[in-house]
Design a protein around this ligand. Structure first.
Ligand SMILES: Cc1cc2nc3c(=O)[nH]c(=O)nc-3n(C[C@H](O)[C@H](O)[C@H](O)COP(=O)(O)OP(=O)(O)OC[C@H]3O[C@@H](n4cnc5c(N)ncnc54)[C@H](O)[C@@H]3O)c2cc1C
Length: 572
């Protein structure tokens, strides 16, 4: 059974769990009615299931290569990309004024989830362009918008983000790339960037690099960084391609997975660039792109988990091994431990997908209403959506390998590819450790207000369901209470004590949010306890309890982490 986009799950989540109706009730997104959304998702599924999913193996077996300075992509990627661009899928949420569909980010988030299950490496390309569109929309001059946005939105041109340098990874402020004013309003950008996804390709059009670099009077650290548009070909006024810019791909990385996505070392040698936003305010502008990309990367994890789950389920139905304890199809699916793995995979995908879509809805509401509360909620949920979504991607695809047994370790089943491809999502776009520090640091500068607001919402739903859904509601209420205590502890600590517990704290928060959305799903299911209720019960009984251990870990402080000296760590 080839990959099938889970359209029914998306429509259920939108209608019953994350409240897309609030978004379509706003003037800005009035066109996003339930019928329109379903029609779009069905069409998106056709593209992903029929055209893109068959390309996944090509990307793995025939990685992008650098030949005579030109990057050649995997077989079929050119046609696959053409189908994405021609379908208008790059610009789902882009402004209509420049040719986009102007639909909520919630819809493009669902699309990004589907494309990640179908073909993660190719899907990364439009994801980066989407982020660039948003950064330009908010920070570029009108002239730059008029020139670049229509081409990016139509998919004729693609976008990249260039932050990382050998000495500047998580610490972006350590970058050394420079930009010298040329006196005509343009800049000469020089420096080396590493790990640049889709830094070059043969899909056609222009490759538009957004590059972080320092102006001569730029202060050290992140405060002195500016953002530049540095295109591969210098565009003429009418948008046609002019001379090649002074930049090149030095090499492509050999990676653990995601082979279909060319990851380039880029050399900018006095390349012509245009400032985006104000001088020295590059980080703010890049953050617009990064926030969008963080949610996008979160759903890369979730979509990959979906692909891995579908493959594991198919294998488990087919593979016979030993006598099973129950009446059923007779495959390994009837063994209790295999059921445990499959249910865990399904329940985790649901929880993480609900969190990501709730984050997208908050972003859409913030945009449509301008209300600070929605923006603050979106900001709080973004690191959780990114880190939990990608952790689920890694864990679920790992379980996918396990369900396959030895055949999971053999490449021809494709189970290992899901695992290898998704691994980087927990690393790029800010490692999951950096996401967790963002959650307990910057996102709790409000004294925990957002966290408490969410916990109240969870407890109030749990209270209202105490009679009708006691076996779900009570544990969810209790878990929220434990998390409230951990939150109180967290906001009262010095930063390094918070950081020491940030990853388990984020994990505990995601666990509780997952319980909340599973409870909502169970409540929404009409009639007798159906599959959503049963899945929620599985989650609440077997996965939610982890929140308690995570909260304990979160509150342990930093001191113990430094208890072993470096000599003791190294055994010297
Ligand atoms: C396949 C791939 C594609 C990529 N695509 C792009 C791209 O398109 N554009 C781009 O600009 N970059 C890209 N990157 C780079 C990516 O964003 C970085 O790898 C990532 O941000 C981590 O930086 P680093 O690799 O230097 O790790 P480091 O920063 O050296 O981190 C190493 C470890 O230390 C931890 N750490 C670092 N600093 C701290 C801190 N202050 N507190 C606590 N822990 C810390 C990290 O969490 C991590 O566990 C890509 C990377 C890969 C592998």
């Amino acid at each position: 059974m080839p990959y099938q986009s889970p359209v029914r799950d998306f429509t259920f989540l939108f209608d019953k769990v994350v409240g897309l109706d609030q978004v379509s009730a706003t003037e800005m997104f009035a066109e996003a009615t339930a019928e329109t959304v379903e029609a779009i998702l069905t069409e998106a599924a056709r593209l992903n299931d029929d055209i893109l999913a068959p390309l996944r193996r090509n990307g793995d077996l025939h990685p992008a290569v650098l030949e005579n300075g030109v990057v050649r992509t995997s077989p079929g990627f050119k046609d696959g990309y053409k189908a994405i661009a021609e379908g208008g899928w790059v610009g789902i949420s882009a402004p209509e004024e420049f040719g986009g569909m102007g639909l909520p980010l919630a819809i493009s988030t669902a699309f990004n989830d589907m494309i990640s299950g179908a073909c993660l490496s190719l899907g990364l390309n439009p994801l980066l362009t989407q982020g660039q569109i948003e950064a330009l929309e908010h920070h570029a001059s009108d002239e730059m918008k008029a020139l670049y946005l229509p081409k990016l939105i139509s998919g004729e041109w693609t976008g990249t983000m260039n932050l990382t340098e050998p000495q500047a990874g998580s610490d972006v402020g350590a970058l050394r790339s420079k930009a010298e004013p040329l006196g005509d309003g343009t800049y000469a950008v020089s420096g080396q960037k590493i790990f640049i996804s889709w830094g070059d390709h043969d899909l056609g059009g222009n490759v538009c690099h957004l590059v972080l670099a320092r102006l001569p009077d730029g202060a050290p650290g992140t405060r002195g960084i500016s953002l530049f548009m540095v295109p591969k070909y210098l565009p003429k006024e009418d948008g046609s391609l002019g001379a090649a810019n002074s930049l090149r791909v030095v090499s492509l990385e050999h990676k653990m997975g995601l082979h279909g996505s060319p990851t380039a070392v880029m050399e900018f040698d006095g390349a012509k660039g245009w400032l985006v936003g104000a001088p020295h305010k590059g980080m703010a502008a890049m953050f617009t792109m990064m926030n969008n990309a963080r949610l996008g990367v979160g759903v890369q994890g979730i979509g990959s988990a979906e692909g891995a789950y579908q493959a594991a389920l198919e294998y488990a139905l087919d593979r016979k091994q030993g006598k099973t304890p129950v009446e059923g199809p007779g495959g390994i699916i009837d063994h209790a431990d295999v059921r445990r793995m499959l249910l865990t995979m399904k329940a985790e995908i649901f929880a993480s997908r609900a969190i990501a879509l709730a984050c997208a809805v908050a972003l859409d509401m913030g945009r449509a209403t301008g209300e600070a509360d929605w923006n603050a909620r979106a900001a709080f949920l973004t690191p959780i959506a990114k880190a939990f979504g990608t952790d689920v991607g890694c864990r679920v695809s790992d379980m996918g390998v396990q369900v396959h047994g030895g055949m999971g370790f053999i490449e021809e089943t494709g189970a290992a590819q899901f695992f290898r491809d998704v691994r980087v999502t927990a690393i790029y776009e800010g490692t999951n450790g950096i996401q967790a520090m963002d959650l307990v640091g910057r996102k709790m500068m409000d004294g925990g207000e957002q966290a408490y607001g969410l916990l109240e919402e969870i407890q109030s739903l749990a209270e209202s369901a105490r009679t009708s859904h006691a076996a779900l509601a009570e544990p969810v209420w209790q878990a929220a209470e434990t998390l409230r205590e951990a939150t109180e502890w967290m906001v009262g600590q010095e930063m390094n004590d918070r950081f020491a517990g940030s990853v388990p704290y984020l994990g505990a928060f995601a666990r509780v949010l997952g319980g909340y959305y599973h409870l909502k799903a169970a409540i929404a299911e009409e009639g007798e306890a159906g599959p959503r209720h049963k899945l929620a019960q599985f989650y609440v009984d077997r996965l939610l309890p982890e929140h308690s251990a995570l909260a304990t870990h979160a509150m342990a402080g930093a001191e113990g982490l430094y208890a072993l000296s470096i000599e003791e760590l190294t055994g010297t």
